[in-house]
Design a protein around this ligand. Structure first.
Ligand SMILES: C[S@@+](CC[C@H](N)C(=O)[O-])C[C@H]1O[C@@H](n2cnc3c(N)ncnc32)[C@H](O)[C@@H]1O
Length: 243
C-alpha cells in the first residue's frame, strides 16, 4: 500500500473538461431515457430523447479518451517524443510546461552528465494537482534530483540566454496559450534558447501545425507532423525541428 502511495503521479490533463464530460454525459443519457415523445401543433416530436442520448454518448467517449490518455497514453507519448532524440547523455535539456514532470523525468533518465530544466506557471486548470511540490516529489521518487532544476517561468518570456539548450521538449503546453500571437512568441522563445545543431520536439493537439509554422518562421528546419493518435488514444500529433 505504502509502495503504491509512493508511485510518481503525472496528473489528469484539463481536469475540468474531464469532469464536465462525465457529468454532462450521464445527465444527457438520463434525460434522453426519461423524456417522452411529445406533440407540438399536431406534430409528433420523437427525436429529442435519442438526440440527448447521442450527445451523452459523445461526452462519455470524450471522457473515456481523456482518461485513457491520463492512465496509459501519456507514458507511450512520452516514450515516443523522447525516442525522437539521439541522446548522448551530456545534453542540456529544457522541458517547457513541465507540469508534474512527465517529460522532465523521462529526459533526466536518459542523461549521464547532462541536466534538464523544467519551467512552468503551474496552472491547475491545465493539469490536476499541478505545482512545484508535485513535480519535486516525482523527481525525488524517480531518483533524478541530481540532474534536474525547476523554475517558475512563462514560456512566452524565458530568462535563459540565447543558445542555452541542446534539446527543447514540450508536451500539451503551448495550446493552453490561447492568443495566437502569444503562442507564436513562445515558439520564438523556444527557437531562441536552442543551440545551433539542437533539436526541438513538440507534442500537442490541433494547434501543432501553427506551432510548427512559427518555429519555421523563427528559422528552424521543421520536419513532418506525425500522428500520435494510436499511442495517445486521442487526437494528438508531434513534430521535430532542428536549428
Ligand atoms: C496539460 S499540462 C501538460 C504538462 C506536462 N507537459 C505533461 O505532459 O504532463 C500543460 C502545462 O503547461 C503549463 N503552461 C500553460 N501555459 C504556460 C505558459 N505560458 N508557460 C509555461 N507553462 C505553461 C501548465 O501550467 C501545465 O503545467
Amino acid at each position: 500500500m505504502r509502495q503504491k502511495f509512493l508511485q510518481p503521479r503525472y496528473g489528469i490533463d484539463a481536469p475540468g473538461v474531464v469532469r464536465g464530460a462525465l457529468l454532462s454525459g450521464i445527465a444527457a443519457i438520463l434525460a434522453g431515457a426519461l423524456v417522452p415523445p411529445f406533440r407540438i401543433v399536431n406534430i409528433d416530436i420523437r427525436f429529442v430523447g435519442p438526440l440527448l442520448i447521442a450527445v451523452g454518448i459523445a461526452c462519455l467517449t470524450l471522457f473515456t479518451s481523456m482518461m485513457a490518455y491520463a492512465l496509459f497514453g501519456k507514458f507511450r507519448v512520452r516514450d515516443r517524443l523522447l525516442g525522437a532524440v539521439s541522446w548522448r547523455g551530456d545534453e542540456q535539456v529544457l522541458d517547457v510546461g513541465t507540469g508534474r514532470g512527465l517529460l522532465l523525468v523521462g529526459a533526466a533518465k536518459r542523461l549521464t552528465t547532462g541536466h534538464v530544466v523544467g519551467i512552468d506557471i503551474w496552472q491547475t486548470r491545465d493539469l490536476s494537482g499541478n505545482g512545484l511540490a508535485a513535480v519535486t516529489a516525482n523527481v525525488a521518487r524517480e531518483g533524478v534530483a541530481d540532474r534536474v532544476a525547476l523554475r517558475t517561468e512563462d514560456a512566452r518570456s524565458m530568462s535563459f540566454a540565447d543558445a542555452s539548450f541542446d534539446v527543447v521538449l514540450s508536451l500539451l503546453c503551448l495550446h493552453n496559450i490561447e492568443d495566437v500571437a502569444e503562442r507564436e512568441r513562445a515558439c520564438g522563445e523556444i527557437a531562441r534558447v536552442l543551440k545551433p545543431g539542437g533539436t526541438v520536439v513538440l507534442g500537442d493537439y490541433a494547434t501543432l501545425g501553427k506551432q510548427a509554422a512559427a518555429l519555421r518562421e523563427a528559422g528552424l528546419h521543421v520536419g513532418e507532423q506525425r500522428s500520435l493518435v494510436r499511442v495517445a488514444l486521442g487526437p494528438m500529433w508531434m513534430v521535430t525541428a532542428n536549428k
